[in-house]
Design a binder for this molecule. Structure first.
Ligand SMILES: *Cc1c(COP(=O)(O)O)cnc(C)c1O
Length: 451
């Protein structure tokens, strides 16, 4: 029998998260205070985050136990299937074996609740009653609203204005799970008001929405802030993806040559890749491809520098690949990939040469999404289509070189709430967009001068 899917049992849900910090050949550069520029400790961040999450942020422990209450909620949809994309392979005529880890099975439809659930849990047990956050395409807001509902917490979401207007269904999903949603920039916060004063017609950006959500949490003891990507504890929580794949690929009797994931803040890529980067550090020969849109080219055209995580410089400074905190990406449809920065752990892995970066154009990604829907049936999120495109490029290379490699990619989410984007693609309305170099240089020129 030619297996198509490996589905693990509930009892095989990982019991521990894997922390790459324990195995990195050099320690991560320290996180710096936004105004003093001195290294921050947990006390500086305690007004925003649960203590347990801050411990995880800085932990050097290799394995961190997943609490039973968290595993219990994750088991609503985990473990997720690892699927061999046999129809796609056939359509491409490639000798490569292509697998995808299907994270679209979660209730919100993406990998994001893998971290939303533990974040809600730790805040709940530390006495917090409300979480604030930002969302781009709405995926993260949905994940956090869903997770907060599981632990009886309130959830306030600042949604980037262009998505608020383009993605009304995700707004409704958040509201169904009890979330309170506001278009950002809003007049509710000082950050929002000052950005609106500068540009009343701004489409908004993740950087701005982060400023608003942080401001709304920082002054209230019972309220914390939650971030859906970028931070080390988020990367940690997402490793359930790769840890499951480790077992599943073994059941297929296979082992990856290349692992591929799309990169916004870096969390679904990290979730798949980090458990296997530990194999690479231990001497195995495998490659990791992190894919971004050409219209928000953080890894391919940004710099590895200290920068703020948000537009109005409220967050700590982190060393990462960045296009500059003042960068406002164009309103492309892969909203979840519109962020000026990138996880410090993924950035550092890239800097150390453990990971490679690739960039794809919007149109070739939608073409890849169409081929995937035709062959494998599932309609991918526009973000996910970047990983599919890059996996196809790898499979075509295997065809040219006549190599039977094993390619595994992260299917980060479904696109059933992104039909307006597909409508525009089908009507020939979409264009490729290359960010002009002078705008990137101008944003990078505003970075602080810190080594
Ligand atoms: C948010 C999102 C991404 C990008 O975020 P990462 O933190 O880089 O994973 C990718 N795919 C989907 C479906 C998303 O919702």
């Amino acid at each position: 029998m030619n297996h198509r899917r490996v589905v693990l049992s509930e009892s095989e849900l990982p019991a521990k998260w894997y922390n790459l910090q324990a195995d990195l050949p050099e320690p991560l550069p320290p996180v710096l205070h936004p105004t003093t520029m001195k290294p921050v400790g947990p006390a500086d961040l305690a007004p925003l985050f649960a203590m347990e999450l801050l411990k995880q942020e800085m932990s050097q422990e290799r394995w961190i136990e997943i609490p039973d209450d968290v595993r219990n909620v994750l088991s609503m949809w985990r473990p997720t299937p690892l699927v061999r994309a046999r129809n796609l392979e056939r359509a491409l005529g490639t000798p490569a074996r292509i697998y995808y880890k299907d994270e679209s099975h979660s209730p919100p439809g993406s990998h994001k609740p893998n971290t939303a659930v533990p974040q809600a849990y730790y805040n709940k047990i530390e006495g917090i009653h409300r979480l604030t956050t930002e969302t781009g395409a709405g995926q993260w807001g949905c994940a956090l609203a869903f997770a907060c509902k599981q632990f009886d917490l309130q959830c306030k979401v600042y949604m980037v204005k262009v998505s608020y207007q383009q993605k009304p269904y995700r707004r409704s999903m958040m509201q169904l799970w009890g979330g309170e949603v506001t278009a950002s920039p809003s007049t509710e916060t000082e950050s929002g008001r000052s950005i609106l004063a500068e540009d009343p017609l701004t489409p908004g950006s993740l950087g701005t929405a982060i400023s608003e959500a942080v401001e709304a949490a920082v002054h209230d003891e019972g309220v914390h802030y939650s971030l859906g990507s970028v931070l080390n504890h988020v990367m940690l929580h997402q490793t359930v993806i790769g840890l499951e794949v480790e077992r599943q690929i073994q059941e297929f009797g296979d082992y990856p040559n290349v692992l591929v994931g799309c990169c916004g803040g870096g969390s679904n890529f990290a979730g798949l890749a980090f458990p296997f980067i530990r194999h690479k550090i231990a001497g195995k020969d495998l490659r990791f491809v992190a894919v971004e849109p050409c219209s928000c080219p953080t890894m391919s055209r940004g710099e590895f520098r200290y920068d703020w995580g948000d537009t109005t410089k409220l967050t700590p400074l982190i060393k990462m690949f960045t296009l500059g905190h003042s960068f406002v990406p164009p309103g492309i449809h892969a909203g979840g990939l519109r962020y000026h920065g990138l996880s410090p752990m993924v950035s550092f892995s890239l800097k150390l040469g453990l990971v490679e970066a690739a960039a794809c154009h919007q149109l070739e990604c939608f073409e890849a999404a169409r081929l995937f829907a035709e062959t494998e049936g599932i309609i991918p999120a526009p973000e996910t289509s970047h990983a599919i495109r890059a996996a196809i490029v790898e499979a075509q290379r295997c065809k040219e070189q006549n190599k039977e490699e094993c390619i595994v990619f992260s299917f980060s989410g479904h696109g059933l709430c992104d039909m307006s984007a597909y409508d525009r693609y089908l009507s020939g309305d979409l264009e490729d967009y290359e960010y002009p170099q002078d705008k990137i240089s101008a944003a990078i020129a505003k970075l602080p001068d810190i080594e």
